[in-house]
Design a protein. Structure first.
Length: 248
C-alpha cells in the first residue's frame, strides 16, 4: 500500500466543482477525476511500502465499526507525526484512493449527497481543528491519537469508550481541552470511574462534564494539573450531576 497525496491545487479545483461533480460520487472509484483534472490525481510520498490493511465495511450500522476501524487505521499509521496527520492533502489522497468505498459506506455518500457532506468527509470542509475529526479517514487516526494508551493492558480501552456514542467524539475530542492527550485520558478515566460506581454514562452527562472541563480550563492551567487531580474533579462533578438528575 502507498500513501499518496492530492495537490492543494487539485483539492481546490475539486471543491469548487462539487456541485457539478457530486453525481460522480456514485462511481466505484475516483479515477474519473483524472479526466476532470486533465492529469495525474495522486502524488507519491516517501511512504510507498506500507503493509496492506483494510478497514471494516459491512453491517447496517456504520458507526458500530468506528472503534475497530480506529484500531486498524491508527495501528497501521501510528508512525505519522501530528504535523503530517494535520495535512489535508494526505487525508484527501487516502479518501479518494484506498478509502473511497469506506467513506461512502461510513457517511452514506452517493451521487445525491449534499455538497457539504462530500466536502466534510472527503476533504477538510470545516475549521482546521474540527476537520480532523470529520474527514472520514483523518477522524479514525485522530481518535486513535487522542485516546491510545500503550501503558494499558488494552491500549484501545479509552478508544472504545469514546466510540460508544458519536456525540462522545464531538463533545470530548472537538473541544480545546483535547489538545493534550493526557487531559483526554484523565477525563475518560473519570468516566470509567463513574461507571464503576454505577453511574450511567449518558450523552447528557458527557456533554455537561465536557463543559465543566472547559470551565476548569479557565480557572486552572490544565496542562499543569496532574491526571489524578483532573480525575478527582471530574468524578466529583459527575456524582453531583448524577445525584441532581435523580432528584428531578
Amino acid at each position: 500500500m502507498k500513501l499518496e497525496l492530492i495537490s492543494q491545487d487539485s483539492i481546490d479545483i475539486i471543491k469548487s466543482n462539487l456541485e457539478i461533480w457530486k453525481p460522480r460520487f456514485d462511481a466505484d472509484d475516483a479515477s474519473w477525476l483524472e479526466e476532470k483534472l486533465e492529469g495525474m490525481l495522486f502524488l507519491p510520498t516517501s511512504y510507498e511500502d506500507i503493509p496492506d490493511f483494510e478497514v471494516i465495511v459491512d453491517g447496517e450500522n456504520p458507526f458500530a465499526t468506528e472503534a475497530k476501524n480506529v484500531e486498524i487505521v491508527y495501528g497501521n499509521l501510528q508512525f505519522l507525526t501530528d504535523s503530517q496527520a494535520s495535512d489535508e492533502r494526505l487525508w484527501a489522497g487516502l479518501g479518494l484512493g484506498h478509502f473511497w468505498n469506506y467513506i461512502k459506506y461510513r457517511w452514506n455518500i452517493d451521487g445525491q449527497s449534499s455538497v457539504d457532506t462530500i466536502r466534510n468527509h472527503f476533504f477538510f470542509g470545516m475549521g482546521p481543528r474540527v476537520s480532523l475529526t470529520r474527514q472520514g479517514v483523518a477522524r479514525l487516526w485522530w481518535i486513535g491519537r487522542l485516546t491510545y494508551d500503550g501503558q494499558r493492558t488494552d491500549p484501545f480501552e479509552l478508544t472504545k469508550l469514546v466510540c460508544e456514542q458519536a456525540s462522545f467524539i464531538t463533545d470530548i475530542l472537538e473541544r480545546n481541552t483535547s489538545n493534550n492527550p493526557r487531559i483526554v485520558h484523565a477525563f475518560l478515566d473519570a468516566l470509567l470511574a463513574l461507571r464503576g460506581e454505577g453511574i450511567t454514562i449518558t450523552a447528557e452527562l458527557v456533554r455537561e462534564l465536557s463543559k465543566y472541563l472547559n470551565v476548569l480550563g479557565g480557572t486552572y492551567l490544565l496542562d499543569c494539573l496532574s491526571p489524578e487531580k483532573i480525575i478527582l474533579k471530574v468524578t466529583e462533578k459527575g456524582r453531583d450531576i448524577a445525584e441532581k438528575s435523580e432528584t428531578t
